[in-house]
Design a protein around this ligand. Structure first.
Ligand SMILES: *Cc1c(COP(=O)(O)O)cnc(C)c1O
Length: 380
Protein backbone atom coordinates (compact mmCIF):
# COMPACT_ATOMS: atom_id res chain seq x y z
CA UNK A 1 0.00 0.00 0.00
CA UNK A 2 1.23 3.44 -0.98
CA UNK A 3 0.27 5.35 2.19
CA UNK A 4 -0.65 9.07 2.24
CA UNK A 5 2.39 9.74 4.42
CA UNK A 6 5.22 7.57 5.71
CA UNK A 7 8.12 7.54 8.16
CA UNK A 8 11.70 7.42 6.93
CA UNK A 9 13.79 4.95 8.96
CA UNK A 10 17.21 3.91 7.66
CA UNK A 11 20.33 2.22 9.05
CA UNK A 12 21.60 5.47 10.59
CA UNK A 13 18.40 5.69 12.69
CA UNK A 14 18.79 2.07 13.78
CA UNK A 15 22.46 2.67 14.71
CA UNK A 16 21.52 5.78 16.71
CA UNK A 17 18.81 3.84 18.54
CA UNK A 18 21.11 0.88 19.33
CA UNK A 19 23.74 3.23 20.72
CA UNK A 20 21.16 4.97 22.90
CA UNK A 21 19.82 1.62 24.14
CA UNK A 22 23.31 0.67 25.34
CA UNK A 23 23.73 4.02 27.12
CA UNK A 24 23.51 4.65 30.85
CA UNK A 25 20.25 6.61 30.73
CA UNK A 26 17.25 5.37 28.77
CA UNK A 27 15.31 8.40 29.90
CA UNK A 28 16.09 11.69 31.62
CA UNK A 29 19.62 11.97 30.20
CA UNK A 30 21.63 14.30 28.01
CA UNK A 31 20.02 13.33 24.71
CA UNK A 32 16.85 15.11 25.79
CA UNK A 33 18.74 18.41 26.17
CA UNK A 34 20.61 17.78 22.92
CA UNK A 35 17.42 17.18 20.97
CA UNK A 36 15.83 20.30 22.47
CA UNK A 37 18.86 22.40 21.51
CA UNK A 38 18.92 20.97 18.01
CA UNK A 39 15.22 21.71 17.49
CA UNK A 40 15.45 25.27 18.82
CA UNK A 41 18.46 25.97 16.65
CA UNK A 42 16.82 24.43 13.54
CA UNK A 43 13.70 26.57 13.89
CA UNK A 44 15.61 29.64 15.08
CA UNK A 45 14.05 30.11 18.52
CA UNK A 46 15.67 30.25 21.94
CA UNK A 47 14.00 27.38 23.80
CA UNK A 48 12.39 24.01 23.24
CA UNK A 49 10.73 21.43 25.46
CA UNK A 50 10.20 17.92 24.09
CA UNK A 51 7.26 15.82 25.28
CA UNK A 52 5.77 12.39 24.71
CA UNK A 53 3.29 13.69 22.08
CA UNK A 54 2.12 16.86 20.41
CA UNK A 55 -1.14 16.42 22.31
CA UNK A 56 0.80 16.63 25.60
CA UNK A 57 2.69 19.60 24.16
CA UNK A 58 -0.58 21.36 23.32
CA UNK A 59 -2.05 20.54 26.73
CA UNK A 60 0.89 22.01 28.64
CA UNK A 61 1.16 24.98 26.29
CA UNK A 62 -2.47 25.84 27.07
CA UNK A 63 -1.86 25.31 30.80
CA UNK A 64 1.18 27.58 30.69
CA UNK A 65 -0.92 30.22 28.91
CA UNK A 66 -3.48 29.93 31.75
CA UNK A 67 -6.47 29.53 29.47
CA UNK A 68 -8.68 28.09 32.24
CA UNK A 69 -12.23 29.50 32.01
CA UNK A 70 -11.19 31.65 29.05
CA UNK A 71 -12.10 31.32 25.42
CA UNK A 72 -9.72 29.63 22.97
CA UNK A 73 -10.33 30.35 19.28
CA UNK A 74 -9.28 27.42 17.13
CA UNK A 75 -9.59 26.64 13.40
CA UNK A 76 -12.55 24.50 12.33
CA UNK A 77 -10.29 22.18 10.33
CA UNK A 78 -7.68 20.39 12.43
CA UNK A 79 -7.00 17.12 14.16
CA UNK A 80 -9.20 16.97 17.29
CA UNK A 81 -6.15 17.15 19.58
CA UNK A 82 -5.83 20.91 18.92
CA UNK A 83 -9.14 21.84 20.53
CA UNK A 84 -9.21 18.85 22.92
CA UNK A 85 -6.01 20.06 24.55
CA UNK A 86 -7.51 23.50 25.19
CA UNK A 87 -10.47 21.82 26.88
CA UNK A 88 -8.10 19.64 28.93
CA UNK A 89 -6.59 22.89 30.23
CA UNK A 90 -10.06 24.10 31.25
CA UNK A 91 -10.74 26.50 28.38
CA UNK A 92 -13.97 27.13 26.51
CA UNK A 93 -13.65 26.60 22.80
CA UNK A 94 -15.03 28.31 19.73
CA UNK A 95 -14.24 27.35 16.16
CA UNK A 96 -13.29 29.81 13.43
CA UNK A 97 -13.97 29.05 9.78
CA UNK A 98 -11.15 28.45 7.33
CA UNK A 99 -10.05 29.80 3.95
CA UNK A 100 -9.72 27.80 0.73
CA UNK A 101 -6.26 26.57 1.73
CA UNK A 102 -7.55 24.99 4.96
CA UNK A 103 -5.90 27.59 7.23
CA UNK A 104 -7.77 29.77 9.71
CA UNK A 105 -9.53 32.80 8.18
CA UNK A 106 -7.93 35.84 9.81
CA UNK A 107 -10.87 38.09 8.89
CA UNK A 108 -13.35 35.80 10.62
CA UNK A 109 -10.97 35.49 13.55
CA UNK A 110 -10.88 39.27 13.86
CA UNK A 111 -14.69 39.49 13.79
CA UNK A 112 -14.83 36.93 16.62
CA UNK A 113 -12.15 38.79 18.61
CA UNK A 114 -14.12 42.03 18.25
CA UNK A 115 -17.26 40.30 19.45
CA UNK A 116 -15.41 38.89 22.46
CA UNK A 117 -14.11 42.35 23.29
CA UNK A 118 -17.59 43.88 23.07
CA UNK A 119 -19.12 41.14 25.20
CA UNK A 120 -16.21 41.20 27.66
CA UNK A 121 -15.37 37.52 27.05
CA UNK A 122 -11.78 36.80 28.06
CA UNK A 123 -9.81 35.18 25.26
CA UNK A 124 -6.96 32.92 26.44
CA UNK A 125 -5.36 32.15 23.08
CA UNK A 126 -5.76 32.26 19.32
CA UNK A 127 -4.67 29.09 17.60
CA UNK A 128 -3.64 28.41 14.03
CA UNK A 129 -2.69 25.18 12.27
CA UNK A 130 -0.30 25.22 9.30
CA UNK A 131 -2.54 22.93 7.34
CA UNK A 132 -0.69 20.23 5.35
CA UNK A 133 2.57 22.10 6.02
CA UNK A 134 1.46 25.36 4.38
CA UNK A 135 2.30 28.21 6.78
CA UNK A 136 -0.31 30.37 8.43
CA UNK A 137 -0.39 34.07 7.58
CA UNK A 138 1.76 34.57 10.66
CA UNK A 139 2.21 38.35 10.35
CA UNK A 140 -1.55 38.85 10.26
CA UNK A 141 -2.08 36.53 13.25
CA UNK A 142 0.68 38.34 15.13
CA UNK A 143 -0.99 41.67 14.38
CA UNK A 144 -4.28 40.38 15.84
CA UNK A 145 -2.45 38.86 18.79
CA UNK A 146 -0.90 42.24 19.64
CA UNK A 147 -4.00 44.31 18.87
CA UNK A 148 -6.24 42.19 21.11
CA UNK A 149 -3.51 41.31 23.58
CA UNK A 150 -4.04 37.54 23.22
CA UNK A 151 -1.26 34.95 22.91
CA UNK A 152 -0.83 33.29 19.51
CA UNK A 153 -0.25 29.54 19.55
CA UNK A 154 0.83 27.84 16.33
CA UNK A 155 -0.04 24.14 16.09
CA UNK A 156 2.72 23.49 13.57
CA UNK A 157 2.40 19.70 13.87
CA UNK A 158 2.47 19.46 10.05
CA UNK A 159 5.10 22.05 9.41
CA UNK A 160 8.58 21.29 10.79
CA UNK A 161 10.88 22.71 8.12
CA UNK A 162 8.24 24.86 6.39
CA UNK A 163 9.07 28.53 5.94
CA UNK A 164 7.20 31.84 5.88
CA UNK A 165 8.86 34.96 4.45
CA UNK A 166 12.28 33.39 4.86
CA UNK A 167 11.94 32.22 8.47
CA UNK A 168 11.01 28.77 9.76
CA UNK A 169 7.44 28.10 10.80
CA UNK A 170 7.49 28.07 14.59
CA UNK A 171 9.51 31.25 14.93
CA UNK A 172 6.69 33.79 14.81
CA UNK A 173 4.14 32.57 17.35
CA UNK A 174 4.37 32.94 21.14
CA UNK A 175 4.37 29.16 21.38
CA UNK A 176 4.72 26.63 18.56
CA UNK A 177 3.88 22.95 18.68
CA UNK A 178 5.42 20.13 16.64
CA UNK A 179 4.49 16.46 16.39
CA UNK A 180 6.85 13.52 15.92
CA UNK A 181 4.21 10.91 15.18
CA UNK A 182 5.43 8.61 12.35
CA UNK A 183 3.33 10.31 9.67
CA UNK A 184 4.77 13.74 10.53
CA UNK A 185 7.96 15.28 9.01
CA UNK A 186 10.26 13.59 11.59
CA UNK A 187 9.47 10.85 14.10
CA UNK A 188 10.38 9.76 17.63
CA UNK A 189 7.70 6.97 17.46
CA UNK A 190 5.36 9.13 19.54
CA UNK A 191 6.54 12.59 20.53
CA UNK A 192 6.13 16.32 20.31
CA UNK A 193 7.64 19.65 21.29
CA UNK A 194 6.85 23.20 22.31
CA UNK A 195 9.16 25.91 20.98
CA UNK A 196 9.30 29.53 22.11
CA UNK A 197 11.50 32.54 22.81
CA UNK A 198 9.67 32.94 26.14
CA UNK A 199 11.84 31.43 28.87
CA UNK A 200 9.16 31.54 31.58
CA UNK A 201 6.61 29.68 29.47
CA UNK A 202 9.08 26.95 28.55
CA UNK A 203 10.23 26.58 32.17
CA UNK A 204 6.62 26.24 33.28
CA UNK A 205 6.02 23.57 30.63
CA UNK A 206 9.17 21.70 31.71
CA UNK A 207 7.95 21.77 35.31
CA UNK A 208 4.53 20.39 34.34
CA UNK A 209 6.16 17.75 32.11
CA UNK A 210 7.56 15.99 35.16
CA UNK A 211 5.03 16.07 38.04
CA UNK A 212 5.67 19.71 38.94
CA UNK A 213 8.75 18.56 40.84
CA UNK A 214 11.99 20.50 41.35
CA UNK A 215 15.13 19.02 42.84
CA UNK A 216 16.50 20.83 45.91
CA UNK A 217 19.40 18.86 47.41
CA UNK A 218 20.23 15.22 48.16
CA UNK A 219 16.84 13.44 48.24
CA UNK A 220 14.92 16.64 48.69
CA UNK A 221 12.38 17.70 46.08
CA UNK A 222 9.63 20.23 46.18
CA UNK A 223 6.40 19.94 44.23
CA UNK A 224 5.36 23.36 42.97
CA UNK A 225 2.46 22.48 40.77
CA UNK A 226 0.17 19.61 39.79
CA UNK A 227 2.07 18.10 36.85
CA UNK A 228 2.13 15.03 34.64
CA UNK A 229 4.52 12.46 33.30
CA UNK A 230 4.78 13.72 29.73
CA UNK A 231 8.52 13.09 29.29
CA UNK A 232 10.14 11.90 26.07
CA UNK A 233 12.78 9.19 26.56
CA UNK A 234 16.48 9.45 25.69
CA UNK A 235 16.06 6.60 23.22
CA UNK A 236 13.30 8.51 21.41
CA UNK A 237 15.43 11.67 21.47
CA UNK A 238 18.35 9.76 19.89
CA UNK A 239 16.03 8.90 17.02
CA UNK A 240 14.76 12.48 16.85
CA UNK A 241 18.32 13.87 16.65
CA UNK A 242 19.16 11.61 13.73
CA UNK A 243 15.82 12.27 12.03
CA UNK A 244 16.38 16.02 12.23
CA UNK A 245 19.69 15.65 10.38
CA UNK A 246 17.86 14.08 7.43
CA UNK A 247 14.86 16.41 7.46
CA UNK A 248 15.92 18.86 4.76
CA UNK A 249 16.85 16.04 2.40
CA UNK A 250 13.48 14.38 2.97
CA UNK A 251 11.63 17.66 2.50
CA UNK A 252 13.37 18.11 -0.85
CA UNK A 253 12.19 14.64 -1.91
CA UNK A 254 8.62 15.44 -0.82
CA UNK A 255 8.77 18.70 -2.72
CA UNK A 256 9.72 16.80 -5.86
CA UNK A 257 6.61 14.61 -5.64
CA UNK A 258 4.35 17.51 -4.66
CA UNK A 259 5.52 19.83 -7.42
CA UNK A 260 5.06 17.03 -9.93
CA UNK A 261 1.44 16.77 -8.76
CA UNK A 262 1.06 20.58 -8.84
CA UNK A 263 2.06 20.62 -12.48
CA UNK A 264 0.14 17.54 -13.60
CA UNK A 265 -3.07 18.54 -11.84
CA UNK A 266 -3.17 22.15 -12.98
CA UNK A 267 -6.55 23.05 -14.47
CA UNK A 268 -7.96 19.53 -14.52
CA UNK A 269 -11.79 19.28 -14.67
CA UNK A 270 -12.19 17.13 -11.55
CA UNK A 271 -10.45 18.69 -8.56
CA UNK A 272 -8.29 21.58 -7.42
CA UNK A 273 -5.09 21.66 -5.38
CA UNK A 274 -3.67 24.12 -2.86
CA UNK A 275 -1.11 26.52 -4.30
CA UNK A 276 1.81 27.37 -2.02
CA UNK A 277 2.39 31.14 -2.21
CA UNK A 278 5.77 32.43 -3.42
CA UNK A 279 6.79 33.72 0.04
CA UNK A 280 6.29 30.30 1.65
CA UNK A 281 7.75 26.80 1.40
CA UNK A 282 5.81 23.80 2.67
CA UNK A 283 6.94 20.59 4.35
CA UNK A 284 4.31 18.97 2.10
CA UNK A 285 3.23 16.85 5.05
CA UNK A 286 -0.01 16.18 3.18
CA UNK A 287 -0.97 16.57 -0.46
CA UNK A 288 -4.64 17.54 -0.37
CA UNK A 289 -6.87 17.48 -3.42
CA UNK A 290 -10.26 19.22 -3.30
CA UNK A 291 -13.01 17.59 -5.33
CA UNK A 292 -15.27 19.76 -7.46
CA UNK A 293 -18.73 19.85 -5.82
CA UNK A 294 -20.31 17.62 -8.43
CA UNK A 295 -18.14 14.75 -7.12
CA UNK A 296 -18.90 15.22 -3.40
CA UNK A 297 -21.45 12.42 -3.32
CA UNK A 298 -19.03 10.06 -5.07
CA UNK A 299 -16.21 10.54 -2.59
CA UNK A 300 -16.91 7.26 -0.78
CA UNK A 301 -16.74 5.33 -4.03
CA UNK A 302 -13.56 7.16 -5.07
CA UNK A 303 -11.97 6.51 -1.66
CA UNK A 304 -12.75 2.78 -1.75
CA UNK A 305 -11.61 2.32 -5.32
CA UNK A 306 -8.32 4.11 -4.62
CA UNK A 307 -7.71 1.85 -1.60
CA UNK A 308 -8.43 -1.17 -3.79
CA UNK A 309 -5.70 0.02 -6.15
CA UNK A 310 -3.26 0.20 -3.23
CA UNK A 311 -3.43 4.00 -3.04
CA UNK A 312 -3.73 4.81 0.67
CA UNK A 313 -5.81 7.99 0.75
CA UNK A 314 -7.18 9.68 3.88
CA UNK A 315 -9.43 12.62 4.75
CA UNK A 316 -8.04 15.55 6.80
CA UNK A 317 -10.20 16.51 8.66
CA UNK A 318 -13.78 16.13 9.76
CA UNK A 319 -14.54 19.44 11.56
CA UNK A 320 -14.25 18.79 15.31
CA UNK A 321 -17.69 20.33 15.94
CA UNK A 322 -19.27 17.48 13.96
CA UNK A 323 -18.18 14.87 16.51
CA UNK A 324 -20.76 13.73 19.11
CA UNK A 325 -18.70 15.05 22.02
CA UNK A 326 -18.51 18.58 20.60
CA UNK A 327 -22.16 18.51 19.49
CA UNK A 328 -23.17 17.78 23.09
CA UNK A 329 -21.03 20.68 24.27
CA UNK A 330 -21.67 23.29 21.58
CA UNK A 331 -24.91 22.21 19.92
CA UNK A 332 -25.21 22.11 16.13
CA UNK A 333 -22.56 24.29 14.48
CA UNK A 334 -22.21 24.94 10.79
CA UNK A 335 -19.26 26.72 9.25
CA UNK A 336 -19.68 26.82 5.52
CA UNK A 337 -16.09 26.69 4.32
CA UNK A 338 -15.04 23.99 6.78
CA UNK A 339 -18.09 21.93 5.90
CA UNK A 340 -17.37 22.07 2.18
CA UNK A 341 -13.67 21.51 2.75
CA UNK A 342 -14.51 18.26 4.54
CA UNK A 343 -16.75 17.18 1.66
CA UNK A 344 -14.08 18.03 -0.92
CA UNK A 345 -10.81 17.00 0.73
CA UNK A 346 -8.74 13.88 0.07
CA UNK A 347 -5.05 13.41 0.94
CA UNK A 348 -3.17 11.44 -1.71
CA UNK A 349 0.23 9.75 -1.19
CA UNK A 350 3.08 12.25 -0.93
CA UNK A 351 6.28 11.40 0.94
CA UNK A 352 9.99 10.75 0.62
CA UNK A 353 9.60 6.96 0.41
CA UNK A 354 7.80 7.09 -2.95
CA UNK A 355 9.20 7.46 -6.46
CA UNK A 356 8.14 9.60 -9.38
CA UNK A 357 6.87 6.36 -10.91
CA UNK A 358 4.55 5.94 -7.91
CA UNK A 359 3.36 9.53 -8.35
CA UNK A 360 2.60 8.87 -12.02
CA UNK A 361 0.60 5.80 -11.01
CA UNK A 362 -1.42 7.94 -8.57
CA UNK A 363 -2.02 10.58 -11.27
CA UNK A 364 -3.12 8.05 -13.90
CA UNK A 365 -5.36 6.19 -11.45
CA UNK A 366 -7.02 9.41 -10.30
CA UNK A 367 -7.73 10.63 -13.82
CA UNK A 368 -9.08 7.24 -14.87
CA UNK A 369 -11.38 6.96 -11.86
CA UNK A 370 -12.66 10.53 -12.16
CA UNK A 371 -13.42 9.98 -15.84
CA UNK A 372 -15.51 6.94 -14.94
CA UNK A 373 -17.29 8.74 -12.08
CA UNK A 374 -17.97 11.69 -14.36
CA UNK A 375 -19.66 9.40 -16.89
CA UNK A 376 -21.86 7.90 -14.17
CA UNK A 377 -22.59 11.44 -12.99
CA UNK A 378 -25.17 10.52 -10.36
CA UNK A 379 -24.44 13.57 -8.20
CA UNK A 380 -26.49 15.86 -10.42
C1 LIG B 1 -0.79 14.98 14.60
C2 LIG B 1 -1.40 16.22 15.10
C3 LIG B 1 -1.56 16.48 16.47
C4 LIG B 1 -1.30 15.46 17.52
O1 LIG B 1 -0.04 14.93 17.45
P1 LIG B 1 0.38 13.70 18.41
O2 LIG B 1 1.87 13.79 18.43
O3 LIG B 1 -0.12 12.46 17.75
O4 LIG B 1 -0.22 13.92 19.74
C5 LIG B 1 -2.06 17.71 16.84
N1 LIG B 1 -2.41 18.64 15.93
C6 LIG B 1 -2.29 18.41 14.61
C7 LIG B 1 -2.67 19.49 13.66
C8 LIG B 1 -1.80 17.19 14.15
O5 LIG B 1 -1.72 16.96 12.84
Amino acid sequence: MLTYSHQNIDQSDIDALCKALKGEFLTGGKRVDDFEEALASYVGVKYACVLNSATSALHLAFEALKVKDKLVLSPAISFVATSNAALMAGAKIDFIDIKNDGNIDEKKLEIRLKKAQQEKEQVGAIVGVDYAGNSLESDELLRLSKLYNVPFLDDASHALGSTYKGVKVGKKANLSIFSFHPVKPITTFEGGAVLSDDKDLIEKIKLLRSHGLVKKRLWLYDMLDLGYNYRLSDVACALGLNQLKKLDLNLAKREQIASFYDKEFEKNPYFSTIKIKAYKTSSRHLYPILLNPKFYCQKEELFERLLNLGIGVQVHYKPAYEFSFYKKMLGELYLEKADNFYKAQLSIPCHQQMSLKDAKFVRDSLFKLFEELDKKGYCE
